[in-house]
Design a protein around this ligand. Structure first.
Ligand code: SAM
Length: 313
């Protein structure tokens, strides 16, 4: 699936469809025996898309037994990804709740996708949660929730915009106050920005951040953007496509091909050099902390990521 630097997308297309993949992980986790997170909205998005989904596992929430029979390792791989998505969701949930606990009342979710934190979390009175994403993605999200009778979240404000364009202007126009401290998140976003766009994103966050602001980022090891890592992902995707083909599905999404594979700034270094105090935990350690560690021979099943938090005094 190809993409251009300025392309837009709907929820079943290109980068937009990756938001459905994450929602599928949250939906599966929600109905699992011992869920780390609960997101009752995720399944609504999957149901709304139905057969148009570019993923294999949407209807089940879990992998169907039929799929598992064709290739048991695909099942383990998806299980690992579910643990990853759940751990990541919990990391950002805890980040926002801790920031709110210190009195921060302004949150900005960059590339919100189908994340339903504005609905799920217990935001203190007076909070505002700005959600930025492509117009069609946000429109799908809010119209699906409305069609399911979900009331609008009092804290939520949609800011439909391309994050490679002038999103600070759109954010201000939506009522963002740059003099108030803000909690920012970039979850599942950086691989879809090229190196220059990533730097510009952080420059803009820094420009808009009053003292006391915080940022949480899902960053990635430099290796993720290497040729070797790309080849590994491609091999994995090939397995996935073969399974899909056996099921008569030729149109499944290849997320890896949407990544910008080029060297980019290290997020911890960038934030530290710009006056933020940082802490970080690797994705593997985060999963282990949550009881979702994966077998050593499955360690390429989840992204080589680092979860970074920055605080501005
Ligand atoms: N953060 C959400 C989550 O974790 O559930 C969504 C993650 S999903 C993998 C990636 C999201 O990034 C999609 O919703 C996509 O539309 C959004 N995105 C990527 N590049 C973008 C851009 N240039 N402008 C706006 N949104 C973008």
């Amino acid at each position: 699936m190809s993409r251009s630097d300025n392309g837009t997308w709907d929820i079943t297309e290109s980068v937009g469809a990756t938001a459905l993949g994450v929602a599928a992980g949250r939906a599966a986790e929600t109905i699992s025996d011992d869920p780390l997170i609960r997101d009752p909205y995720a399944q609504m998005f999957l149901d709304a898309v139905g057969d148009s989904s570019p993923h294999l596992y949407v209807h089940d929430g879990e992998l169907s037994p039929e799929l598992a029979e064709i290739d048991p390792r695909i099942g383990e791989w998806m299980q690992a990804m579910r643990g990853y998505v759940a751990s990541r969701t919990r990391y950002f949930d805890e980040f926002f709740l801790a920031a709110a606990g210190t009195g921060i009342r302004q949150a900005v979710i960059l590339a919100a996708g189908l994340d339903a934190r504005a609905w799920r979390l217990d935001w203190p009175a007076g909070s505002r949660v700005f959600e930025l994403d492509q117009p069609k993605v946000l429109e799908f999200k809010t119209s699906t929730l409305a069609s399911q009778g979900v009331a609008q979240a009092p804290v939520q404000l949609s800011v439909p915009v391309d994050l490679r364009h002038d999103w600070p202007a759109a954010l201000r126009a939506a009522g963002f106050d740059p003099t108030a401290p803000t909690a920012w998140s970039a979850e599942g976003l950086l691989p879809y920005l090229n190196s220059a766009a990533q730097d510009l994103l952080f420059e803009r966050i820094a420009d808009l951040s009053a003292p006391g602001s915080r940022v949480a980022v899902e960053a990635f090891a430099a290796d993720l953007f290497s040729a070797e890592s790309n080849a590994q992902r491609e091999a994995q995707m090939q397995r996935y496509r073969e399974v899909a083909a056996k099921l008569g599905r030729a149109d499944v999404l290849s997320t890896g091909s949407l990544f910008y594979e080029e060297e980019r700034s290290d997020v911890v270094e960038w934030l530290s050099e710009h006056g933020w105090q940082t802490t970080a935990i690797g994705g593997v350690d985060l999963m282990a902390r949550n009881g979702r560690g994966v077998a050593a021979d499955l360690d390429d099943a989840t992204p080589q990521s680092v979860f970074v938090e920055g605080r501005l005094s």
